[in-house]
Design a protein. Structure first.
Length: 229
């Protein structure tokens, strides 16, 4: 309802989309506003632009805290902010305002790439926690990806051998190397670190009757000095 002394309401739409910065780095919303407003008193020539600037400022303040990956939620949040009661100005009164948000093709591609990267990182962290902390499961993981009959008997035998070696390393060599690392940390001198490892190898020889177990090569001089400078 409009009183006789009130001016007629006007509806303005932005001729071109306006950009609103989002909380997603490097991504802006492309926004088109539809604004209904009523002039008050004498109308200046650039009043419509002032109304658009007012609405853009309100929307920009809200959009700066919104994630561009969830476009519908961002649009709802911006429109909720525009629907809040606003004080009248001396030149006009806002009756309603609505924003329509969209993303450019480049912004969509950037968001999709970032989401793919984040998903890959989450998967790698999951695998590290639940799979690769148990190395013998890696072999089962590889087998699972093979179609039945795709592997020759020789290949399966190699994978089984690998699983046994991984299990043996997990039970035997990993604890030994961990102990050596802790022992080596007690020496600041690289030569003493080398001597500590050789002492452990001598202990293995003693336990195995005077020689290293089969498959364990004697380290070359300076090997551990290079590994632990």
């Amino acid at each position: 309802m409009r009183w006789p002394w009130q001016r007629a309401a006007r509806t303005s739409a932005c001729p071109q989309p306006r950009l609103l910065s989002s909380a997603t780095a490097g991504v802006c919303f492309e926004t088109v506003f539809t604004i209904t407003w009523r002039p008050r008193g004498r109308t200046r020539h650039n009043l419509e632009e002032a109304v658009r600037t007012h609405i853009h400022a309100i929307a920009a303040q809200t959009a700066a805290h919104l994630d561009a990956a969830d476009l519908p939620a961002a649009q709802d949040a911006v429109n909720a902010a525009l629907a809040l009661p606003r004080h009248r100005t001396q030149q006009y009164r806002l009756l309603s305002a609505r924003a329509s948000l969209r993303l450019s093709p480049a912004a969509k591609e950037l968001i999709a790439q970032r989401q793919a990267d984040e998903n890959r990182i989450r998967r790698l962290r999951f695998l590290k926690t639940h799979l690769y902390n148990h190395p013998d499961l890696v072999v089962l993981d590889r087998l699972e990806y093979q179609a039945p009959g795709a592997l020759h008997d020789e290949h399966v035998a190699e994978l089984q051998r690998l699983a046994r070696l991984i299990k043996a390393c997990d039970l035997w060599w990993s604890p030994l190397l961990q102990q050596w690392e802790q022992l080596g940390e007690g020496f600041n001198d690289a030569e003493k670190q080398q001597q500590a490892m050789l002492a452990l190898l001598d202990s293995l020889k003693t336990l195995n009757g005077g020689s290293l177990p089969p498959g364990i090569a004697t380290p070359e001089p300076g090997t551990f000095r290079e590994a632990h400078p």
